[in-house]
Design a protein around this ligand. Structure first.
Ligand SMILES: CC(C)(COP(=O)(O)OP(=O)(O)OC[C@H]1O[C@@H](n2cnc3c(N)ncnc32)[C@H](O)[C@@H]1OP(=O)(O)O)[C@@H](O)C(=O)NCCC(=O)NCCS
Length: 146
């Protein structure tokens, strides 16, 4: 079930975060995200457990996907699909012109996910990521006609 994240979800979200990213967000960063009106922060809950989460920031004409991850034991069940659709639907509904994101060049699962949801490659930021050093692929999705 997709719903908005709450303060009580943060420890489980952070646990997924540290397992998936070499330079993880702190619990405090996630808590801050809950307080900003311009941030969409969704979780997927399965049998009382947080299976995945996604964070997107809204700017006046565009949005940026900051973070999306699904716990390993819940992968390949369409949870990221549902999280991303919830975000893109809300952006389309609000009239957001485009959504941008960065992804590690080697992250084939995430790149396939974004492509499936209408994102295309806009460019590459050389050596953007640390630990390990790697290029970032910048992807963009334009507003879908309603
Ligand atoms: C990327 C990630 C969020 C996908 O989550 P998921 O819930 O397993 O994805 P879904 O089951 O919803 O799959 C949706 C689509 O993503 C793509 N995808 C997901 N896992 C994939 C894999 N292992 N290989 C190739 N494509 C994959 C496919 O296009 C898939 O659609 P399909 O099932 O019709 O083929 C998950 O692998 C993850 O948390 N990775 C670590 C964190 C991360 O890299 N986040 C992105 C940072 S930019």
């Amino acid at each position: 079930m997709i719903r908005r994240a709450t303060n009580d979800d943060i420890p489980e979200i952070h646990e997924i975060e540290v397992k998936n990213f070499s330079l993880p967000w702190s619990e405090e960063s996630f808590r801050d995200s809950l307080m900003f009106d311009d941030t969409l922060f969704f979780v997927d809950e399965e049998e009382g457990k947080i299976a995945g989460f996604a964070v997107l920031r809204l700017f006046p004409d565009e949005a940026e996907l900051y973070n999306i991850a699904v716990a390993e034991e819940y992968r390949r069940r369409g949870i990221a699909d549902s999280l991303l659709s919830a975000l893109t639907d809300e952006c389309d509904g609000r009239g957001t012109e485009r959504i941008l994101l960065e992804v590690r060049q080697s992250n084939a699962p995430a790149r396939a996910l974004y492509k499936k949801h209408g994102f295309t490659v806009l460019g590459v930021r050389a050596r953007y990521y640390d630990e390990p050093k790697e290029d970032a692929v910048i992807m963009e999705r334009e507003k879908q006609k309603q």
